[in-house]
Ligand binder design. Structure first.
Ligand code: NAD
Length: 458
């Protein structure tokens, strides 16, 4: 099968061997090239995102164009410090000695990206790979074709294509890429494909970062500022890409008593944001394609769920839009409570006491993120201590992902490894231990003959 991708890792390996990607100057020039792309082509990028996802201009600008440029600026500001060897203390075991940790690039790396933030989630790992001095191949998602071909065009125009390549394609091309030997594979997408990536990587003993998904819970206590909570919950559920966000709230948990108050607040704020007929709103992204539209409507048409819809439910297949929809108290075995939703549907699960939410979350797979809205200090502490998730935000949704000083990544079913800020640099670096000694200071007991006298000095 001639796909044109065979041997691409080998090609990059010979460039990597010249050492050029390791230099500070090359890394800076490539990061600056990405900055130029965001500065000179904002309109084209926003248009491509609109074509792929009907992403509203403001969302496209904020979370993708500006997202990439701020990640890039941060890397440029910090790069010199990141590249410096880290001096560490030594112990009596090696006395006298000095030691440091030297970050070296891994070599030739592969980034396989997804479609929901197709610009940001392609370039943020690429920025980490370049900052760490690697040669890199990016395989954007074929499900966002306009952004994929724009990435090919723009990276081709602005970047050193001998060491930074874009390969477009779907399963056959990705499979051909996965047959080659890489020094790291960074994958963003579903756990199902994550398993394929991990199996392919194992053949070459290649380390991986898997940025996967899952069902992220949001717990809402009854002592909150309701209006702020409703608005933040809406932002975290519907504003980011109509719920097609890995760290969007998948389902909410509140008490039986508080559920109707929460539903009323969400309904009233949603109407302010999207009007009475939300499927007509230009501020609501569409569903990526008809496969995902059908998958989501199937979750709603499930006979266990259809009678439980308390808000929304409207859909417009021609424009691939689904109104923000709330489902109250769906049965435990319904699909909507068991599959990752990745869309604008919010099931609300009710419990007798808010503390029961923790037991409920812990009974499921570890999510990529978990959220809690409360004013109760004890509950916050208990939530942080006992809920295992990629990340946690209290009284917020998804905002932790914008903080470059925090690692971003999953645990268990939601993935392995992390990135963002220096964690991206580290994800694509090998941490080489270097110990140095002079020629003095050897204890006598180190060398035979092991006489009893030598033992005394230990
Ligand atoms: P996907 O796994 O179907 O596709 C992602 C990538 O994998 C694409 O580039 C695609 O070409 C490739 N791919 C698909 N099938 C393949 C196969 N059989 N062999 C090799 N490669 C293959 O995922 P998706 O539908 O694009 O994304 C949705 C999932 O991604 C959700 O679970 C979501 O939570 C998760 N996600 C995670 C993050 C994160 O940062 N952790 C971000 C966005 C999305």
């Amino acid at each position: 099968m001639a796909l044109g991708v065979e041997g691409v890792a080998g090609e990059l390996r010979s460039i990597y061997a010249t050492g050029k990607t390791k230099t500070f100057e090359w890394r800076v020039s490539q990061l600056k090239a990405i900055l130029k792309i965001t500065a000179h082509h904002e309109k084209e990028i926003v248009e491509a995102l609109h074509s792929d996802l009907k992403k509203p201009e403001l969302e496209a600008f904020l979370y993708e164009v500006s997202g990439v440029s701020s990640v890039c600026k941060y890397a440029l500001k910090e790069l010199h410090r990141w590249m410096m060897p880290e001096k560490v203390k030594t112990s009596m075991a090696t006395y006298p000695s000095s030691a440091e940790i030297v970050s070296e690039p891994l070599g030739v790396v592969l980034v396989i990206s997804t479609w929901n933030y197709p610009f940001l989630l392609s370039l943020e790992p690429v920025i980490g790979a370049i900052a760490a001095g690697n040669a890199v191949v990016l395989k954007p998602s074929e499900i966002a074709p306009a952004t994929s071909s724009l990435l090919l065009k723009l990276l081709g125009e602005y970047m050193d294509t001998s060491a930074v390549k874009v390969v477009e394609g779907a399963v056959p091309e990705t499979t051909a890429l996965l047959e080659q030997k890489w020094d790291k594979i960074f994958y963003t997408g579903s756990g199902k494909v994550g398993r394929i990536i991990l199996a392919a990587a194992a053949k070459h003993l290649t380390p991986v970062v898997l940025e996967l998904g899952g069902k992220c819970p949001v717990v809402v206590d009854s002592n909150v500022n309701l209006k702020v909570t409703a608005r933040r919950l809406i932002a975290g559920k519907w504003c980011y890409n109509s719920g097609q966000t890995c760290i969007s709230a998948d389902y909410a948990i509140t008490t039986k008593e508080y559920a109707s108050t929460l539903v009323d607040a969400l309904s009233s704020e949603l109407e302010k944001f999207y009007g009475k007929d939300p499927v007509k709103s230009n501020d609501l992204s569409s569903i990526i394609n008809s496969y995902h539209f059908d998958r989501l409507t199937k979750l709603l048409d499930d006979e266990k769920v259809s009678g439980k819809i308390v808000l929304g439910g409207q859909r417009d297949k021609a424009n691939l839009k689904i109104a923000p929809t709330i489902v109250l108290d769906a049965p435990e075995d319904s699909l909507i409570l068991n599959e990752e939703i990745f869309g604008p549907l919010l099931p609300i699960v009710t419990v007798n006491k808010i503390e029961d939410s923790i037991t409920l979350i812990k009974a499921k797979e570890k999510p990529l993120a978990a959220y809690l809205f409360t004013n109760d200090k004890k509950l916050k502490e208990e939530f942080i201590r006992s809920v295992s998730a990629g990340g946690i935000a209290i009284n917020e949704i998804a905002l932790h992902a914008l903080e470059p000083t925090l690692p971003f990544g999953g645990v268990g079913e939601s993935g392995m490894g992390s990135y963002h800020g220096k964690f991206s640099f580290d994800a694509f670096s090998h941490k080489k231990s270097v110990l140095q000694r002079g020629f003095s200071g050897d204890p006598a007991a180190r060398y035979p003959p092991y006489t009893p006298g030598k033992l005394k000095f230990l």
